[in-house]
Structure formats: structure tokens, C-alpha cells
Design a protein around this ligand. Structure first.
Ligand code: AHG
Ligand code: MN
Ligand code: MN
Ligand code: MN
Length: 329
């Protein structure tokens, strides 16, 4: 029998029908973004949008286009109670007449967008929560501030040589590849697992002078390789698109770090808890890896704001445990 499409897979999975609708709409959004990215300069969609987002970043045209595409997917699914995005200051006011569902979705519409103009892989990350039982008829920001352990689903698309969709429903991690000839995501890998050990690390070394001593010590030892207590040599990779770096780790292991950073102590790092750290941590744990701030499990954090930033250390379990132990010494 041939491999199932996403549609067929969801029909077989233990997933509510509204969540199936939402995930199918998200997959359509990812196909649209993939098509837009594929056209690139031919469609005049590279470069800056001329605006800044709440993160203090200059928005690319494709940040804005992708945001609109994912918002439309959420609204059209009929399954959404609320939407929030890296690219919007506040939660999105659903248009009048939108049928209200039970799910909240938070997303990073275009991850790695600084790579878009140099034709390097970028992606879309999403996190799905249940509307809390305490929610009133008008959804508020507070309804979104649930710990990552409450996620019912998380996923990302990576727009690389192939377009992939990686998904967890809390029962392992499965990977789909976009078959461009039939326009469907087809299941290509069931049960992705992250090897427990690795010899590969990913970190932006230019920030070294801003790191805390546990991360410095850990990276120094890897760089020293065989001559250090580690007794083996390590290789380094840094795509600067979290989706691509995390996808490599899901494929062949590794450790990814965007640690606490003294560059701007108020920010506690670069990555966003709700749009990046939580969904990726859910996926990584479901694949047998680990994810922490260095001090606490990311999925246990009680969020304090939609755009909150957190240190992120994730990937192969034994390496994450080692650098965590350095933080606790
Ligand atoms: P985004 O494009 O959604 O703002 O995210 C960019 C993030 C993440 O994808 C990546 O890991 C990191 O920024 C790269 O940071 P550096 O520019 O410090 O390498
Ligand atoms: Mn951004
Ligand atoms: Mn991002
Ligand atoms: Mn982004």
C-alpha cells in the first residue's frame, strides 16, 4: 500500500475532527508559503517590507505575506478560538462572523527570515493549545499563557530542497514530504528519534563573550575535543534558521543552543517561548530528546507574556543533560 497523505493520516489518527480541519488548513498555508518562497525574485517578494515587528526586527515582505497566509488558514478552519503570532503586537481579532472553535494557535510564520534573501532554508512553526475551560466568550492574552506541556499539537514546515512538514500530536513525531506533482504532503517518516549521543553542536559562536560560564565551559570543552575531558572531537553547524537546525538534529542528532545572553539581560536570550521554544521542545521531547533553559525544562515554564524570550538548549539527551549539570554546579 502506498504511504498515506496527511489527509489520510489524520483520518486514522486519534484526533478530533476540528483539529483535523485546523491541521489541514495549516498544511495548505505551508503549501502556499512554499509556493511563494519558490517563486522568490520572480514574484518580487524578497527584501524588506519597510516595517518593524514587536520583536524590534525589520520585517521581510515574506514575514508579512506568510503571517497573512497562516492567519487565513486559522480563520478558515472554523476550529480556532484565537490566534497569536511573532509578527503581531497582540492577539489577532477574529473577523466578525468567524465560527468559534476550541483551539488556540500561536505561530512563527517565517522562521529564519534573515536567510530568505540568500536562498537558504526557512520554515513555519506552530503550537496548538486547547481554549482553557475558564475562557470567557472573548478570548484574552491570558488564555494563551499556558505551559508548553499543555500543547495538544506542534509542528513545523521547512522550505528547503524539499518542503517538509513535521508534526507531533503527543504520540511521537512524524514527517511528511510535499509531493509537488500531486500537491499533497505524504508521510515519509514515522517515529523520528533523536540519537542520545552526538558529536555535533549548533550555536552562534559570535555571542561567546555574552554567555554565562556553564555554556562557555561546555563549548570550550567541545572545541578542545579529544584533548579535553570529552575525549572526542566535535563538529559545528549553524544554519541560523531554527527550523533547519532542529530538523538536522531530528535527522541525525546534535545539540542546539541559543543560551541566556548578557547582550541584553532583559531579553534572556533571543528565541521566543510561545512561537519557537515551546513547539520545538514538544517535538524534540516526543522524539526522545531533551529541552531546557539550562536550569528548567522548557515545557514546564509558566509563560508571563506572549512575546517572552527564553534561553533554549535542546537535542540529544546526554549532551543536554551534561550542559544542564554544568548550570547546576
Ligand atoms: P525569526 O526569523 O523567526 O525571527 O527567527 C530567527 C531565529 C532562529 O531561526 C535562529 O535560530 C536565530 O534567530 C538565528 O540567530 P542569529 O542571527 O543570532 O544567528
Ligand atoms: Mn523574526
Ligand atoms: Mn523564528
Ligand atoms: Mn519569524
Amino acid at each position: 500500500m502506498s504511504a498515506p497523505t496527511l489527509n489520510q493520516y489524520l483520518a486514522q489518527a486519534q484526533v478530533s475532527v476540528p483539529l483535523q480541519h485546523l491541521l489541514l488548513q495549516v498544511s495548505v498555508a505551508c503549501k502556499s508559503i512554499s509556493a511563494a518562497i519558490g517563486k522568490g525574485a520572480l514574484a518580487g517578494i524578497l527584501g524588506q517590507a519597510g516595517s518593524d515587528n514587536i520583536q524590534g526586527e525589520e520585517q521581510k515582505k515574506l514575514d508579512v505575506i506568510s503571517n497573512d497566509i497562516v492567519l487565513a488558514a486559522g480563520v478558515n478552519s472554523g476550529s480556532i478560538a484565537g490566534l497569536a503570532s511573532e509578527e503581531m503586537d497582540d492577539i489577532f481579532p477574529l473577523p466578525d462572523g468567524t465560527p468559534l472553535g476550541d483551539y488556540l494557535m500561536l505561530f512563527d510564520p517565517l522562521d529564519g527570515s534573515s536567510n530568505i534573501d540568500v536562498n537558504v532554508s526557512v520554515g513555519t512553526i506552530f503550537s496548538i493549545l486547547k481554549k482553557p475551560l475558564t475562557a470567557q466568550s472573548v478570548i484574552t492574552t491570558a488564555d494563551f499563557l499556558q505551559a508548553g506541556s499543555q500543547q495538544v499539537c506542534a509542528g513545523y514546515a521547512v522550505y528547503g530542497p524539499s518542503t517538509l512538514l513535521v508534526l507531533t500530536l503527543g504520540n511521537g513525531v512524524d514527517c511528511f514530504t510535499l509531493d509537488r506533482e500531486i500537491g499533497e504532503f505524504v508521510l515519509t517518516q514515522r517515529g523520528m528519534t533523536i540519537p542520545t549521543d552526538t558529536k555535533e553542536f549548533a550555536i552562534n559562536m559570535s555571542n561567546m563573550r555574552f554567555w554565562e560560564s556553564p555554556v562557555r565551559r561546555y563549548v570550550d570543552e567541545m572545541v578542545a575535543g579529544k584533548t579535553s575531558v570529552r575525549g572526542k572531537d566535535f563538529n559545528m553547524r549553524w544554519v541560523a534558521s531554527m527550523v533547519a537546525d532542529v530538523h538536522r538534529i531530528l535527522t541525525r542528532g546534535g545539540i542546539f543552543m541559543y543560551p541566556y545572553d548578557l547582550k541584553d539581560p532583559s531579553k534572556a536570550g533571543k528565541l521566543r517561548l510561545m512561537y519557537e521554544a515551546n513547539p520545538m521542545s514538544f517535538i524534540v521531547e516526543q522524539a526522545g530528546g531533551a529541552s531546557t533553559t539550562g536550569r528548567e525544562r522548557i515545557l514546564d515554564l509558566q509563560p508571563t507574556g506572549l512575546h517572552q524570550r527564553v534561553p533554549v538548549i535542546l537535542g540529544s539527551k546526554n549532551e543536554v543533560d551534561l550542559v544542564t549539570s554544568y548550570h547546576h554546579e
